[in-house]
Design a protein around this ligand. Sequence first.
Ligand code: XMP
Length: 509
Amino acid sequence: MIIVIDFGSQFNQLIARRVREHNVYCQVEPSDISIDRIKELNPKGIILSGGPASIYEENSPSVDTVLFDLGIPVLGICYGMHYMVHALGGVIQRAQKREYGFARLQITADTPLFKDMEPAFQCWMSHGDSTKELPKGFVVTASTENTAIAAVAHGKKQFYGLQFHPEVEHSVNGTLMLKHFLFDICQCEKNWTMESFSEGAISQIREAVGDQKVIMGLSGGVDSSVAATLIHKAIGQNLYCIFVDNGLLRHNEKTQLEKRLVANLDMNIKFVDAAEIFLAALKGVTDPETKRKIIGSMFIQVFDAEAKKIPGAGFLGQGTLYPDIIESKSAFGGPTSIIKSHHNVGGLPKKMKLKLIEPLQLLFKDEVRKLGLTLGIHEDLIWRQPFPGPGLAIRIMGDITPERLDILRQTDTILLEEIRKAGFYRKLWQSFAVLLPIKSVGVMGDKRTFGNCVAIRAVTSNDAMTADWAKLPHTLLGKISNRIINEVDDINRVVYDITSKPPGTIEWE
Ligand code: XMP
């Protein structure tokens, strides 16, 4: 295994994930980890992460420097490099010119880390400090226009430092550098796979839960389905899943889930039909935030009532992913303002006094998809586009009525059919229809019409934090529009949303 010492970088889980992409197990450890614990973990290599601090700042993060005497190769990234240089007798300084963003890296000396690379390429920098003097035995291996010492190496001790971030996509050859570190320098073996992760996770869940019961809310989405499947494999019928039908689902949603999880995987799922009470509570409500609040609290109420019927439950399972943790930190802990109150089961554990089981919390979305396939979940479920908790309620502008829900469901079904047929479903982050609160005049079969208008929204994105409107072919858009107007009563106009995020958001409410 490889360990990443956490110096506070927003990228440290990304580093771990990049290592895992090479089939080498990797975990992030706090910087106060003891030398005994490091010896116990027996890593083949150690990566010192970046971090926002400056090395001479009071209370800047540090790790026991005996780490450099263990004979284990070390790769320091950004602050991690400064830490190593400083700890081994070099000097760090405030850079005269800070460097943020792209820079051209020029290789100046041979090192196994840069094997088989062209002499110059793009890297991604983000630093205010830089290295002024090297410790004994180190050489400079690369520089950029603003940073003379952009990479360093101590060949004999196998210590390497990179001022830039090899883990981010913008650093050309970053993945190759990590590969060289893992296999040429640390002599790691490629033995970590999703199968081994799932075996480990299953036995950990078994050990933590024992013969107690776990309750879990299913949304029909990828994350909760994969987490539930993993927990199910660990404890079988002691997992009690609850699926709340809030009346705001798409066509066939519940049937799909029943087929994929109950029939294929024999999971214990209670389907609760709460459509009537959700729709009654939403009657006449048009304000987006009020809709969200009502749906959120109604969900907790219904879920809680169901959970109470399962006596002796000690745990609540959740499909939280690593990016969710980061996002909710910035949404609830940091200065970022809350744009929309997202509805999820985050509020449940405190109220229910259950211990949390979050088996996916170190994984990224694409890793979860791979895991799901490994666990035998059907591709249809694994490749589902995200669907918001408040469902179609936030895709109907204005009043939510059974009739308007029906119009939107029909529209959505046609849209998704055509998107799938054209091979775009997996390429898009999301594609959906929004029912607008206006009517417009049209002409059909020589008659005047005065009907509803829908907007089509299709976006590409990596993480939903930013998104671009999808440049779908005009022929496809034309076909979608024709079918919707011909097949859905009461719609006589279709428009395409060409707003990116920011300034728009993905959902309309
Ligand atoms: P926005 O509209 O904020 O959405 O750009 C970003 C992503 O989050 C999804 N979304 C939600 N997911 N509960 C969820 O589970 C919610 O309340 C919620 N609101 C938005 C949205 O579909 C998009 O993928």
